[in-house]
Ligand binder design. Structure first.
Ligand code: CO
Length: 267
């Protein structure tokens, strides 16, 4: 038995992207912790972009309370322990001039990266504390497929913290965004990726993941990016990944994609 820490940018990402593997690791007797970085509770007033999200989530009053509650239930459904970080989601943050970082309908990608020079380091400090407290054998985080600024920050912070602590680090394929095969935002110096591995997920763990994803009720409409229902799209994607990774066997198992990493220089 060992401890595995998953660093999730938002309240849903770890379960969506790697929830099947995490469920399987937990049922094998490992302690699995899902630390969500951007789970801090904002104070009103909210930005116009945030108000738009709140109305689509149908959580106009206390949006984070609903989302934290959903996450606690969802993460437990995969047999893991939820831990919530104090950092604010990009829709609640401000740029160097004090204006809202994200405009309504505006980009959430890394064009905004220079606006918050301290933030990645602060997150890395929090992740390092978590590593010191729990002494994990493995840290897993997103690969920032799709380059959302919060995903890149969570990933880069996890890279920094895992490199300093000398802990093995893997990056998962961000879902549902990875279904459209967008590029991965460039990695920080000092880490290189090994070829991606399609990691098999057994049928029971896959069911646990789907049950957990359906627990993020406020987010499901927003996550719907394919033609089908999000749960069906995730399943077809996992079956595709399973075929690709199994060398063409005739049992179409489920799989989630992850890149093992190697640190080439410690900082
Ligand atoms: Co996210």
């Amino acid at each position: 038995m060992r401890t595995i820490i998953a660093i999730s940018p938002h309240l849903d990402d770890a379960v969506l992207s790697y929830g099947g593997r995490l469920a399987q690791l937990a049922s094998a007797g490992n302690q699995v912790i899902v630390y969500t970085v951007f789970a801090g509770t904002p104070e009103p007033p909210y930005s116009a972009a945030a108000e738009e999200f709140h109305s689509s989530w149908q959580t106009p009053d206390e949006p984070l309370r609903t989302r934290l509650k959903e996450d606690r239930a969802a993460v437990r459904r995969i047999g893991a322990m939820p831990v919530h970080g104090p950092f604010l989601d990009a829709i609640y943050r401000r740029d160097k001039q004090g204006a809202w970082l994200i405009k309504p309908g505006g980009d959430t990608d890394c064009g905004l990266f220079d606006e918050e020079p301290e933030l990645t380091g602060q997150i890395a400090g929090a992740v390092e504390q978590l590593i010191i407290r729990h002494d994990p054998g493995l840290v897993v985080t997103c690969s920032a497929t799709g380059a959302h600024i919060d995903h890149v920050r969570a990933r880069d912070a996890a890279v920094l913290a895992a490199a300093r602590a000398g802990v093995q680090l893997k990056l998962w394929e961000d879902l549902p965004y990875g279904q459209a095969s967008p590029g991965m935002h460039p990695l920080p110096d000092g880490i290189s990726l090994c070829p991606p591995e399609a990691e098999p997920v057994d049928a029971l763990s896959w069911q646990k993941k789907l049950h957990a994803v359906s627990g993020y009720a406020s987010q499901l409409d927003m996550l719907q990016c394919g033609a089908g229902h999000i749960l069906d799209d995730l399943t077809s994607h996992a079956v595709r990944r399973g075929r690709g990774g199994s060398g063409g066997g005739n049992s179409p198992g489920y799989a989630e994609l992850a890149w093992p990493t190697v640190f080439s220089e410690l900082r």
